[in-house]
Design a protein around this ligand. Structure first.
Ligand code: ATP
Ligand code: MG
Ligand code: MG
Ligand code: MG
Length: 572
């Protein structure tokens, strides 16, 4: 590729809404362009990365015996009604009507459609097992789209679905996918961890998430350095004797009755006596978005019986710290009685912690960020809710590992893949059966397997960047090597050597870009460092006189003089 014929558009500053480094750098490097909330155009530079990610995924899926097809984006509601997901899924499922008033879903995944394909196409045990996949656009009307491609509303996912005759077969298909995922994430060159995930109603050990390790990750991962125990926080807490279960939060929130405190609702739902358990005030964020965190706090309070002793300092900048000796003092300070739910008197950001238990929280509403009134410049989840929830955890670093082999450690991760044993969850509702050897119909055993293709870009950058920009792993870089000639249009020698080397690299199958835009060296280098191309070769007249070119890897502190013949070696 010649840069003059490609589209390159870099920015000095990231837009203000880009909160995390990967979003900022992708915007600055011209990889994506925002069209609406959680909706992005994949610009040419970004699309090259997406295609490389897709190709690796496709190669490994094919290698693992999965078969590619492509299912529609727009899917009839009838199929979604068969499995009950039309009603169960809530507002995250995007629904549209056609001109005849018929309902459709824009797919967030494709269990229903693939099960429909298989139930009509596959009748006999002889055609099983089978695993179909596609790489397709998804739409999820996320409550809080953010961080660029990391949590988009429209995004690309690879989703695969396996169909087996029995549970043992399903488990085997699952293992094949698990192994393929390990190969895929290794080929991306990313540091990752597979963790057991809670698969709720289906039970068993039938679900794992794959996480790219990054401090900015939304998920907490619990692992034991002395053994292979690894689980996401929810699954780890499910095992912990006093675990707080956040899973029910959505249902709990729905139970809130107008005029009644949510605390009472939650207490009723859990069958706990309110008066006996809630000793201190319960004040929470009253914006709907923060219900999940708030519910966890209520649950904790309901487990109750905590002595309020110290008010811990908090890491959130600007948060006021208070020290209260008694509940009466808290009540006095806020001017609200225990159990009151709603905005707190002084509307100051407050976090009050007793041991690991949050006992009061004001309604410093994140979304509004109104100057002089609300807490400004904060990201609710990252700066406030996340540390709060971390304090609420019943599993903390240093706890004994459930396998008894050591102590637990915690790190943060970005969920980039998820494999799941579904059993007959969908085949039952949709009557996906096959005839066994004796001619008897049997339900198919299913598995499903997702990879967040576009999320990989964000995750890769969170793990690989410096103050100059992105540092792509070579396997998914938009270009593997950039040739930067000094005076391409002025020096015959430079032009000749650049063209020769460029052709040689292309012939060797190296994805090279020649920067023939005529930019000043400083600007040219800054662009490619920002874009994150892993290898750079500078071709200049002075070096050529000594028979040398300059090579610099994106992580190298300085360039090395290298004879042209050695270039290919340097890059592989
Ligand atoms: P999350 O917990 O981040 O909301 P999820 O568990 O809802 O993700 P799955 O249904 O397991 O997601 O989908 C499979 C994969 O799709 C995820 O592991 C993730 O990599 C990707 N993914 C899910 N939601 C999004 C999104 N909004 N934007 C980009 N990728 C996503
Ligand atoms: Mg989700
Ligand atoms: Mg998840
Ligand atoms: Mg998931």
């Amino acid at each position: 590729m010649r840069a003059s014929r490609f589209f390159i558009s870099t920015l000095k500053e990231a837009p203000a809404d880009a909160e995390i480094i990967s979003h900022q750098l992708m915007m600055r490097a011209g990889m994506i362009k925002r069209l609406g909330s959680g909706i992005y155009t994949y610009m040419p530079m970004g699309l090259r990365v997406i295609r490389k990610v897709e190709n690796i995924v496709r190669e490994e899926m094919n290698r693992a015996g999965a078969i590619e097809l492509l299912m529609p984006l727009v899917q009839p509601a009838e199929l979604w009604q068969e499995t009950g997901r039309w009603d169960k899924m809530g507002p995250e499922l995007m629904r549209v009507k056609d001109r005849h008033g018929r309902d459709f879903a824009i797919q967030p995944t494709s269990e229903e459609v693939i099960t429909d394909v298989v139930r009509s196409e596959i009748k006999s045990y002889k055609k099983l097992p089978v695993n179909f996949y596609h790489i397709q656009t998804k739409f999820r009307d996320e409550r809080r789209p953010r961080f660029g491609l990391m949590r988009g509303r429209e995004f690309t996912m690879k989703d695969a679905y396996s169909f087996d005759r029995d549970v043992a077969g399903m488990q085997q298909s699952y293992q094949v996918m698990y192994d393929a995922y390990v190969r895929i994430f290794n080929r991306f060159g990313l540091q990752f961890r597979a963790v057991a995930a809670d698969n709720g109603a289906i039970g068993g050990s039938g679900s794992h998430e794959f996480h790219v390790i990054a401090d900015t990750g939304e998920d907490a991962l619990v692992y034991c350095p002395q053994s292979d125990y690894a689980a996401n926080m929810e699954a780890a807490e499910a095992l912990a004797p006093t675990g707080v279960r956040a899973a029910a939060s959505a249902d709990l929130v729905k139970t809130a009755t107008p005029g009644k405190s949510k605390c009472e609702d939650v207490a009723a739902l859990l069958g706990l006596p309110l008066a006996a358990t809630v000793k201190s005030i319960v004040l929470a964020v009253d914006s709907e978005e923060d219900d999940k965190t708030a519910t966890q706090i209520w649950l904790l309070l309901l487990r109750g019986d905590h002595e309020l002793n110290e008010v811990k300092a908090t890491k959130v900048p600007g948060l006021a710290n208070f020290r209260f000796a008694s509940e009466a003092e808290i009540v006095d300070h806020f001017g609200t009685p225990p159990g009151y739910l709603g905005p707190v008197g002084p509307r100051k950001p407050v976090k009050i912690v007793a041991d690991r238990t949050v006992v009061a929280m004001s309604d410093f509403v994140c979304g509004a960020n109104e100057p002089g009134f609300h807490y400004t410049g904060a990201n609710w989840e990252r700066d406030i809710a996340e540390p709060l929830v971390a304090d609420l955890r019943n599993v903390v670093a240093g706890d004994p590992s459930p396998d008894g082999k050591g102590d637990l450690a915690i790190q943060r991760g970005i969920e980039v893949g998820h494999v799941f044993q579904l059993g007959t969850r969908y085949s039952q509702d949709m009557q996906a059966t096959y005839l066994d050897e004796t001619g008897k119909p049997q339900l198919m055993q299913m598995g499903c397997y997702g990879i967040g293709v576009t999320r990989i870009l964000g995750a890769a950058i969170e793990q690989n960047f410096d103050d100059k920009g992105i540092i792509w792993p070579a396997s998914i870089a938009p270009f593997e090597v950039v040739l930067c000639p000094m005076g391409y249009d002025r020096s015959e020698a430079v032009k000749a050597e650049t063209d020769r080397l460029y052709q040689e690299l292309l012939d060797a199958g190296v994805d090279a870009i020649l920067d023939d835009r005529g930019e000043r060296p400083g600007a040219m280098f800054a662009d490619w460092e920002l874009i994150g191309v892993p290898h750079r070769i500078v071709i200049g007249e002075r070096g050529l006189k000594d028979g040398k070119l300059e090579y610099q890897g994106r992580r190298d502190a300085e360039a090395t003089s290298v004879p042209p013949a050695d270039m290919a070696v340097f890059m592989k």
